[in-house]
Design a protein around this ligand. Structure first.
Ligand code: KIV
Ligand code: ZN
Length: 520
């Protein structure tokens, strides 16, 4: 059966979900996990957009091994190719990914070029990219609001110019499966069998059809699917890769296609993306939603309770889900903790292992059992924190049915220790208001969520806050056994991200503004 290549764009298109801002260590951590899952291509980012994006791609290229690493570059800005190649320097399997719109709407609004000029631009861009890299993917943007003739003409033109992968994108999530099949069949026929070009599909989920559309493309000859973990992305997101994997694993025989990933890494990867982005999943989301394998017992017991229930079409264990968590030892040495983290696919340097170990010892004193998920959270807290302008040193709150909720906060700001106190409607409100007063930042709280990391009343509480300030949105996250403390830490984490985001304006994919260029 033909293997379908999975192209993961969580770090590039997925990061465009409103309010998401991943730090460089967070991006590296995710790229390592994607390699562990075994996706074929990881799109590491858009290096010409900003110094932070360049650094993230460079760090990923220095850390990850296995998948093809792709970097986005605009067809309109030749300098983007050099910047992207410099970010990927030294990596064994680099790919340049460039793009141009096909639909009249996108061409007029973003490119201000007619179709012949766009064709010319696309061909020139692919030739320039091929001079720098043997593997060049070209994306036809907004292809399903364009005429089939234009899509076919552009696909032929970029194949002729040397594109190794042609990706046809439903940028606005408008297509239906039948239209997808029609377009892919037309392009496949036009390219002919001997072209050697990989046909790829990139869908958005505005009408909830992204996974179905991606599989329709496969039925018509596509052998690469773009997607993101948990389907994150702008608006309704992108094709959820975990769903594509589950469909091909469960119905691959019918679709005559398979994927070659380690499916047991689906659960850990989806949980990581949920933690890093703070985007929680609907309980009924296929495969990874909390209820995806939970039943009201309507089918009579068969006697053999160890057997997979007859109504279950997938075994959650195949996806690394619903595996009963085993507690880990509470008295591990630093070396034992390092070995355990490595076993979990988490590579940390010496300094970070020591910090994690300190945090682990503290947690072992407060909590009856420690699980791998607790360790994952400790690692996230310890090594993934953004550069800290603000650091929470101390929090004391007082609240109850007869007192006015108040908070005393000690913060380190720009290296100076400050302390203040304030009131609020509750302890969390008092803590947030006091932090705002001290930092002179008054962002809008868009979302506030508390979840337990494991079961039990001594579980770590995980708090996610989403903040907005002057149009910039960020998400902050923290865990602690005390949820008010976790709330304050998450708020400070988000403020640090806001600080970074304000400092680092980024070039958009659809402008012709100057590329950010690394100093040589
Ligand atoms: O949605 C889109 O068109 C894209 C392309 C750059 C592939 O993300
Ligand atoms: Zn997209």
């Amino acid at each position: 059966m033909p293997a379908i290549l999975l192209f993961d764009t969580t770090l590039r298109d997925g990061e465009k979900s409103p309010g998401i801002m991943l730090t460089i260590p967070e991006k590296v951590r995710l790229a390592v996990q994607l390699a562990r899952l075994g996706v074929d291509v990881v799109e590491a980012g858009f290096p010409a957009a900003s110094e932070a994006q360049f650094e993230a791609v460079r760090k990923i290229a220095q850390t990850v091994s296995g998948p093809v690493l792709a970097a986005l570059a605009r067809a309109t800005n030749p300098m983007d190719f050099d910047v992207a190649m410099r970010a990927l320097e030294g990596y064994s399997r680099p790919r340049l990914h460039t793009f141009a719109p096909v639909s009249p709407f996108y061409r007029r609004h973003y490119l201000k070029r007619d179709f012949p000029a766009t064709l010319d631009l696309a061909q020139k861009a692919v030739r320039l990219a091929r001079q720098r890299c043997d593997d060049v993917e070209f994306s036809l943007v907004d292809a399903f609001r364009a005429s089939i003739d234009d899509v076919v003409a552009m696909a032929k033109a970029v194949a002729e110019a040397g594109a190794t992968v042609i990706n046809i994108a439903d940028t606005v999530g408008y297509a239906t499966p039948l239209e997808i099949e029609m377009v892919f069949r037309a392009v496949k026929t036009a390219l002919g069998d001997g072209s050697g070009v990989i046909l790829s599909v990139h869908c958005h989920n505005d009408l909830g059809l992204a996974a179905a559309n991606s599989l329709a493309a496969v039925a018509a000859g596509a052998t690469q699917i773009h997607g993101t973990i948990n389907g994150i992305g702008e608006r309704a997101g992108n094709t959820p890769l975990e769903e594509v994997v589950a469909i091909l694993k469960t119905r691959g025989d019918r679709l005559q296609a398979e994927v070659r990933v380690d499916t047991t890494q689906i659960g850990p990867t989806c949980r990581l993306v949920k933690r890093l982005t703070g985007i929680t999943l609907a309980v009924h989301k296929p495969v990874v939603g909390a209820n995806a394998f939970v039943y009201e017992t309507t089918v009579p017991q068969l006697g053999d309770e160890s057997a997979q229930p007859p109504y279950e079409i997938m075994d959650p264990k195949d996806f690394g889900l619903n595996v009963a968590p085993e507690p880990v030892a509470k008295d591990m040495s630093v070396d034992a903790l390092r070995a355990r983290l490595e076993q979990m696919g988490i590579a940390v340097d010496e300094e970070a292992v020591r910090q994690c170990w300190e945090a682990y010892k503290g947690l072992a004193e407060r909590k009856e059992h420690i699980y791998e998920s607790d360790l994952e959270n400790l690692v996230d807290e310890t090594i993934l924190a953004p550069p800290q302008r603000y650091k929470l040193l101390y929090l004391n709150v007082s609240a109850g049915s007869i007192s006015v909720p108040n908070a005393t906060v000690q913060l380190e700001m720009d290296g100076q220790v400050r302390q203040d106190a304030g009131f609020g409607q509750g302890p969390v409100d008092a803590a947030f208001k006091t932090i705002c007063k001290m930092t002179h930042r008054f962002p809008r709280l868009l979302r506030y969520e508390v979840n337990a990391v494991t079961s039990g009343t001594d579980a770590l509480g995980e708090v996610n806050v989403h903040l907005e300030e002057d149009g910039q949105m960020v998400q902050g996250r923290a865990v602690a056994t005390d949820i008010v403390l976790a709330s304050a830490k998450a708020f400070v984490n988000a403020l640090n991200k806001l600080e970074q985001k304000t400092k680092e304006p980024s070039v958009s994919e659809f402008t012709e503004m100057e590329s950010w260029q690394p100093r040589l």
